[in-house]
Design a protein. Structure first.
Length: 338
């Protein structure tokens, strides 16, 4: 397998998280991800997935639109009327989902089998597009940047964040909304073999200079990304050993297979969100990113590492998040406190 990785270089654009939005039952704020889950409150799909702007859309798209709405308000990129106030023409949408519109596709197939193509409703056809969720988010906020969907199995959410970061670093986008979403419906439950979870999370990514120019406070910098054969290679590729201790490890349950990874992660607090919230699939990696941003924004000690995949899958993905450069203590300050 070809190893791919990206790390922040001295002349690269530092990409930071400036907004987080959750549409997840039992989780009201990103800080709740560090407690007993699911908790009280959080998103209510019964009351939260209704409204004129959500009509004629599949469940995953409605969840994604709510999470994106919350994230843009959190990043101060939406006004009181819900209109996008950033650089719409250069803002990308990257969605991660593995089962997102499977119910729409299955419904169309069932209709064709029973009544032929003439039985299909024109209003339902957009729901059969593999990129329908990203398309609805872009249409809602009139975003003209790159628009894509990642359906990559266990690593999908972290891969989506990586793609969004790379679009910004390469100058292909001025900002990005990354959404991880999976619907709680009978099709996803049948595929998974267990009850699926309504889950949507969105994060807003921007270059740190753009965030500073509009007075936004970045929560975390995406310092390194990797998708490799195993956990140790992923850690090395993200630059984690050189960036300082890892204080929080957001894992999908994988254990370090050798001493290098074990030593680096020995002191880190471990959180496995799926073990508490149920299967998150394509939403997991983006939710891990949101939790990492909350960890760093709180001033907690140590960097944050998110990992997904492993021996039971075709690859391991890793994302290293650190305090934004502007919020880091200087070398002199670190020396005074060492």
């Amino acid at each position: 397998m070809t190893m791919t990785s990206t790390r922040r270089g001295a002349d690269a654009r530092e990409v930071v998280v400036t907004g987080v939005g959750l549409a997840l039952p039992g989780v009201a704020t990103p800080g709740d991800l560090f407690g007993l889950l699911p908790g009280e409150g959080g998103f209510d799909p019964v009351t939260g997935l209704v409204g004129r702007e959500l009509r004629h859309k599949d469940r995953a798209s409605r969840l994604a639109l709510r999470a994106a709405e919350f994230a843009l308000h959190d990043a101060a990129l939406a006004d009181a009327d819900g209109l996008f106030t950033g650089a719409a023409g250069g803002t990308a949408v990257v969605v991660s989902t593995n089962f997102g519109n499977a119910d729409g596709v299955c419904g169309a197939v069932d209709t064709i089998a029973a009544a032929g193509v003439t039985g299909l409703s024109p209003l339902g056809l957009p729901q059969t597009s593999s990129n329908v969720i990203a398309g609805w988010v872009a249409i809602r906020y009139r975003l003209g940047g790159p628009n894509l969907t990642v359906s990559n199995g266990a690593t999908s959410g972290l891969d989506a964040v990586t793609w969004a970061r790379n679009l910004i670093v390469a100058g292909r986008a001025e900002a990005a909304i990354v959404v991880g979403v999976e619907p709680g419906n009978h099709v996803a439950t049948k595929i998974l073999g267990e009850q699926s979870t309504d889950a949507a999370v969105a994060v807003v990514l921007e270059p740190v200079d753009a965030a500073a120019s509009r007075g936004a406070r970045p929560r975390a910098a995406i310092t390194g990304c990797a998708r490799t054969r195993n956990l140790t290679e992923a850690l090395v590729s993200t630059g984690a050993p050189a960036e300082g201790p890892v204080g929080l490890w957001l894992t999908d349950g994988a254990e370090p297979a050798d001493t290098t990874a074990g030593r680096l992660l020995a002191a880190a607090r471990r959180i496995d969100l799926e073990s508490q919230l149920g299967p998150l699939s394509g939403a997991l990696g983006v939710l891990q990113c949101a939790a990492a941003a909350a960890h760093l924004a709180s001033g907690a000690t140590g960097n944050a590492l998110a990992t997904a995949g492993g021996p039971r899958h075709d690859a391991t993905a890793a994302l290293l998040l650190t305090p934004p450069r502007a919020l880091r203590p200087s070398t002199q300050e670190r020396g005074q406190h060492s």
